[in-house]
Structures are given as structure tokens and as C-alpha cells.
Write a protein that binds this ligand. Structure first.
Ligand SMILES: Cc1ncc(C[n+]2csc(CCOP(=O)(O)OP(=O)(O)O)c2C)c(N)n1
Ligand code: SF4
Length: 543
């Protein structure tokens, strides 16, 4: 049997490859990035005919995957939890159209916000969309569930979600691989009324979705990932979802045999099994990483305390952050995992806030902005998401917001509408392509008095050096195409030796009472090699 040591992300990717996907679509974001990266590198290495290209944003990725499915072939789309907010529109509607070839939606949640702007639990999205969600307990299950998810998607004619959490996505284990399956032959879905969501068609589609719910519940009751092990009446009951299954085994060891245990890895919840567990147990602990998704279905917001359900809503476990092995150990009175400490490490590695790399072009841009706005009061610099968000911290302290990708331009416009000036905003090249174009179009239409800095470092740096969709002259062409007058599109090179000239350019634009776009262009110093590769690939493509 073929065994490999794989990250959780890689296990999902391998499972999808072996399930015969023809397309892989994604936008980078921790902790999901390695799923696409694995498929991309393996499809080159193994000469697989899989269309694997980064997409401009998650909505586009989802729609491309849906198109592949429409054509009868299997596709995976992967992103981080907030990516599903961006893709939510086609995602929810595709549960009404249904799918043709299997469509697996992999969402990697980030409890504790290790590298995210918020904490959210994608199981709610699956419930809201009324589709199956698979939640693996380990890397082996991540592999087999990816494969199963694609089979299931095709047999149910619905997208299937696979939910990961950071610890599983980013830890490794041995995975036994199954025999790969051939890709589907392409075939167009014959009934276009399924896919054309005019109200009359959409109503029928929604009925079809509702009619499938009984089948989903029956599948859940009988699914091996939803295993109920009863040890007897009046014993402690435990519901352990996904990665929490391993934590419970570790914390309780042999004592687990004396509990009633329901493992959950397939949603919607297996209601009959849950009822049986509750009826037979003295109390029920619900252990899940993320929101109290299961617990709230049992108790609401703690309204049914008679059930003796314990977890996050009951206040026995913290409501925010990760569910860690030590938290589960504490619940069952087991000792903490001994900490590993190296003598003298605290003298070598000191805690410090994250900072921009030495020589980073963004540092020079912040210096230009600082100098150019020195003489103004109430300056606002609206931020976006990327390495440049670190400009919030010392020594720059040059950022006044960061909400979500693309928010900087629209928010700057709102502040300008409220009567403030000067209002500036900073947005990276990838974030601009992701969701900066539409707010800039708005600003161009009304010539809003804001100064938009596009920080073009030729790469998606924050997530590890993926190729960007818009850099170099393409940025100027897009900005001009959106209606920004050419005399107010300025390109500067943020280098210390150009400081005075750059400050003069920015000051002139601040004095102009309308929309200006200043493209601060200099390559990221850390991903220099990746930038060269991306540039030569682009040249190859355009030849
Ligand atoms: C909706 C969403 N998708 C993905 C991410 C992950 N992410 C954070 S910043 C970023 C892109 C950063 O690239 P860029 O704007 O070019 O700035 P750089 O890091 O290169 O300075 C991505 C993909 C996210 N935070 N939100
Ligand atoms: S990775 Fe690049 S863009 Fe990010 S901080 Fe370092 S030099 Fe700057």
C-alpha cells in the first residue's frame, strides 16, 4: 500500500487528485494555501491533466469550479474561512442549481485567528446552505473525505463542503493512499433550467434541495464518521467533532471506554444518535474547535440547562480561540502536556511584534506618506490586508483601519463623503485585483477626493509569494480603464534616495481636490526569486 507523510492540507489535495479532479481553483490564505500548492506542483510533477491556476478572488474561484462541474468534470475549490464570505453568493445559489460533476468546497477555518482578521465557523455556512459538511478527525480522514466528498457531490447533485481547522491543516501524519480514479469524461448538463435561476426555475430548485434533506439526515445517521459507542446508562457522554476526537482519546486514554462517545465528522448532525447519547448519559460534554455549533443545536443559548450539556455555551470552555489538547485535558482532570523548553532560549528569542522585513518597499512608502502629510490635521490612512497592514505598528504607525480585503478604498470614500480631508488609503496589488476595482470605479465616477496608494510589489507576499494577477503596466491600464484621469495616476519608486521627489508628487496630489491614484512600485525583497519566476511565466504566456 502506498503511504505518505502529508499535511492535512496536502492530504485533502491528494484525496482530490486521486478522486479524479479535472480542475483546482483557489485564492491564497492561511491555513488553506497548501491545498492548491500541492495540487499545482503534483500536477506538473506527475504530468496530470488538471487545470490548476490561482484565481483573482474566491468568488471567481468558486464560479470557475462550478463551470467545470457544469461540464461534467470534478473540481475542488479551496480557500480560508473568510474566502467563503467572498464566494458566498455563488456558493449558496449553487445549492439550488445543483452540480453536475462533483464539486468539493474546502474551507480552512482559523480558530484563534493565527493569521486572520476574524474567527468564524464554516459549519454554519453548510447548515445555512443545507448541504453536507465533512469534518475530518485526522489526515487519513482528510484524504478519504476529500475523495468521498466528490463522490457524494456527484450522487447528491450538490456541492459538498469539507471543513478543516488550522491544527489539522498544518500538521503531518502518515496517510495510506487508495487506487486513483480516472477523471470524468466531459458532458454538458442537459437540463439548462436547473442552472438558470429565474424565479420559476429557482423555486423548483429550492424544492429539490429541501426534498434532499431527509436523504442527508439518513446518510448522517449511518455514516461511519458519526460513530456512537455506548458504555452504559448514566455514564458521562461526550460529543467530539473533527480534530477534538484525537484530543479526547489523548486526554482520557483507557478511561474513554467508560464513557458514551459520539464522534462527529458528517453534518447535518445524526439526530437519533445524539438523542440516544443524551438520554443515556448523566451529562454531555461537547468538544468542538470553532463556535459552539453542535452545542447550540442541543441547548440554544443555554436555554435548556436541564439537559446538562457542557461546553462553550455553558461556560465550561472558552468561547473564543482554539480548542487545544490542554483544554480538553483540563476538562477530564488529566495533567497538562509537559512544555518543551530549551535552556537560555528566552535570551536568544525575544517576543516582538511582527515587523516589515528590512528593505521592504512598504516601509519607504509609509515614510513618503508620513512626510507628505506632516502639515495636515486629521489625516486618515485607511488600510487593507497584506504585509503593509504591519504599518499599523511602530515605527510607522501609519494605518487607521483594516477590515477585510478591498475595504480601504470604499471606507476612504465614506470618510471623504463625511467631509474629512486628506483621506488616503493603501492597498496591495493582489488585494486591489481581488476586490479593489469596484470601489475604485465608484470613486472614479464621482471623482471622490481620496488618494489611493496601490502598493505594487509584484507578488502576493503575505501568504507566501504566490503570483499576483495585476502588476506593472497592467495596474496603470486597469486604473485608467476604470476612469481615473491619466494626469492623476502617478507612479513612484519608493526608495530612500527618491524620498524628496516622491513626497513632492504626493503633496501635489493631496492639494488636488479629487481622486488620485499613486502606484508605489518596487519589488518585494524577500520573494525576489518567485517574482522572477512569475514574470518569466507571464512572458511565456503572452508569447
Ligand atoms: C477574503 C480573504 N482572502 C484571503 C486572505 C488572505 N490574504 C491576506 S492578505 C492577502 C494578499 C496580500 O497581497 P497584497 O495585497 O499584494 O499585499 P502584500 O502582502 O504583497 O504586501 C491574502 C491573500 C484574506 N485575509 N481574506
Ligand atoms: S515579504 Fe516582502 S512585502 Fe512582505 S514585509 Fe517582507 S519585503 Fe515587505
Amino acid at each position: 500500500m502506498n503511504r505518505q507523510i502529508l499535511l492535512g492540507d496536502e492530504a485533502v489535495a491528494r484525496g482530490a487528485i486521486d478522486a479524479g479532479i479535472s480542475g483546482a481553483y483557489a485564492y491564497p490564505g492561511t491555513p488553506s494555501t497548501e491545498i492548491f500548492e500541492y495540487i499545482h506542483s503534483q500536477s506538473i510533477q506527475e504530468e496530470l491533466e488538471i487545470h490548476a491556476r490561482w484565481s483573482t478572488n474566491e468568488k471567481v474561484a468558486y464560479e470557475e469550479a462550478l463551470g467545470m462541474s457544469y461540464a461534467g468534470r470534478r473540481a475542488i475549490v479551496s480557500f480560508k474561512h473568510v474566502g467563503l464570505n467572498v464566494a458566498a453568493d455563488p456558493f449558496i445559489s449553487s445549492t439550488i442549481s445543483g452540480v453536475h460533476g462533483g464539486l468539493l468546497v474546502v474551507v480552512a477555518d482559523d480558530p484563534f485567528m493565527h493569521s486572520s482578521q476574524n474567527e468564524q465557523d464554516s459549519r454554519f455556512y453548510a447548515r445555512f446552505a443545507q448541504i453536507v459538511c465533512l469534518e475530518p478527525a485526522d489526515q487519513q480522514q482528510a484524504y478519504s473525505m476529500a475523495r468521498e466528498g466528490l463522490d457524494l457531490s456527484e450522487s447528491l447533485n450538490l456541492p459538498v463542503m469539507l471543513r478543516l481547522v488550522t491544527r489539522l491543516a498544518h500538521s503531518r501524519s502518515i496517510v495510506a493512499l487508495a487506487e486513483p480514479r480516472q477523471q470524468n469524461v466531459r458532458s454538458l448538463c442537459p437540463d439548462t433550467s436547473y442552472w438558470t435561476l429565474l424565479p420559476s426555475n429557482a423555486r423548483r430548485g429550492f424544492e429539490r434541495l429541501l426534498d434532499k434533506q431527509a436523504e442527508l439526515r439518513a446518510l448522517s445517521e449511518n455514516h461511519p464518521a458519526n460513530q456512537l459507542t455506548m458504555s452504559g446508562n448514566g455514564k458521562t457522554g461526550i460529543i467530539a467533532a473533527g480534530i477534538a476526537q484525537g484530543y479526547v482519546q489523548e486526554a482520557l486514554g483507557d478511561r474513554l471506554a467508560d464513557c458514551n462517545l459520539l464522534c462527529v465528522g458528517f453534518y447535518p448532525l445524526p439526530v437519533d444518535k445524539v438523542k440516544k447519547l443524551i438520554e443515556s448519559s448523566s451529562e454531555v460534554w461537547v468538544l468542538e474547535d470553532g463556535y459552539p455549533f453542535i452545542e447550540q443545536q442541543l441547548t440554544g443559548e443555554g436555554m435548556h440547562r436541564g439537559l446538562k450539556v457542557r461546553g462553550k455555551v455553558s461556560g465550561d470552555l472558552p468561547r473564543s480561540g482554539e480548542l487545544t489538547p490542554d483544554l480538553v485535558r483540563a476538562v477530564f482532570g488529566a495533567a497538562k502536556t509537559p512544555a518543551v523548553s530549551l535552556p537560555g532560549i528566552d535570551k536568544v528569542v525575544r517576543p516582538r511584534p511582527p515587523v516589515l522585513c528590512e528593505g521592504c518597499p512598504h516601509s519607504d512608502t509609509y515614510q513618503i506618506i508620513r512626510e507628505a502629510t506632516r502639515d495636515y490635521r486629521d489625516v486618515r490612512i485607511m488600510g487593507d490586508i497584506g504585509c503593509y497592514t504591519l504599518g499599523f505598528y511602530k515605527p510607522h504607525e501609519g494605518l487607521h483601519s483594516c477590515i477585510c480585503m478591498g475595504a480601504s478604498i470604499g471606507m476612504a470614500a465614506g470618510i471623504s463623503h463625511a467631509g474629512f480631508s486628506p483621506v488616503l488609503c493603501v492597498i496591495g496589488d493582489s488585494t486591489f485585483a481581488h476586490s479593489g476595482l469596484t470601489p475604485l470605479l465608484d470613486a472614479a465616477r464621482e471623482n471622490t477626493n481620496i488618494k489611493v496608494f496601490i502598493l505594487d510589489n509584484s507578488i502576493v507576499a503575505m501568504t507566501g509569494g504566490q503570483p499576483t494577477m495585476a502588476t506593472d503596466e497592467a495596474v496603470e491600464r486597469i486604473v485608467a480603464g476604470l476612469g481615473v484621469p491619466s494626469e492623476h495616476i502617478k507612479v513612484i519608486k519608493p526608495l530612500p534616495r527618491n524620498l524628496d521627489d516622491n513626497v513632492r508628487v504626493v503633496r501635489d496630489e493631496i492639494e488636488y481636490r479629487g481622486l488620485s491614484v499613486i502606484i508605489a512600485r518596487r519589488e518585494c525583497v524577500t520573494y525576489y526569486k518567485e517574482i522572477k519566476t512569475a514574470k518569466s511565466n507571464r512572458e511565456g504566456e503572452s508569447r
